[in-house]
Design a protein around this ligand. Structure first.
Ligand code: AMP
Length: 143
């Protein structure tokens, strides 16, 4: 099994601007955007801008930057979607549930009465993703 970083992955293309994304936050080291097959309303992903396949080859500064951004996005999501809680998920290698081989953290707003939708389940409507991204951006700007 090869565990080398492959720069043709979908998230590397998003970083390079070759594929679109519903972006919500960006700084020098990280990017956050909506997951197109959300497991909960407002499901976002946080990635480092530099190459890392997953947590197994990432360096500590990539992990620190991603977690700082996940905290920012998570706090904003709690307000934007009036959530009761927050789940962070992160998968490594196929056997660990990883589908896209660029390190990413899932930021999932949660509500007491609602279970998570299936992983990589249904594609959300573009207008819903755009509206949720806008809500998150506004909450991030409000601080
Ligand atoms: P995993 O690698 O198991 O963490 O799963 C990859 C995640 O990326 C899934 O939740 C997908 O819904 C999501 N995903 C796949 N392609 C895109 C894309 N182009 N934009 C945003 N999210 C995506």
């Amino acid at each position: 099994m090869s565990t080398a970083y492959d720069s043709s992955n979908i998230f590397a293309k998003i970083i390079r601007g070759e594929l679109p994304a519903y972006k919500v936050y960006e700084d020098a080291d990280t990017l956050a955007f909506m997951d197109i097959m959300p497991r909960s309303r407002g499901h976002a992903l946080v990635i480092p801008k530099t190459p890392a396949r997953n947590i197994l080859d990432a360096n500590p500064s990539q992990l620190a930057a991603c977690l700082a951004t996940a905290q920012k996005v998570g706090r904003a999501a709690m307000k934007a979607f009036d959530a009761d809680g927050l789940t962070l998920q992160q998968f490594n290698e196929t056997a660990g549930g990883q589908v896209v081989f660029h390190l990413h953290f899932h930021v999932l707003p949660r509500w007491s009465s609602q279970k998570l939708q299936p992983h990589t389940g249904q594609m959300e409507k573009p207008e819903v993703l755009a509206a949720n991204a806008e809500k998150l951006r506004q909450a991030l700007e409000a601080g």
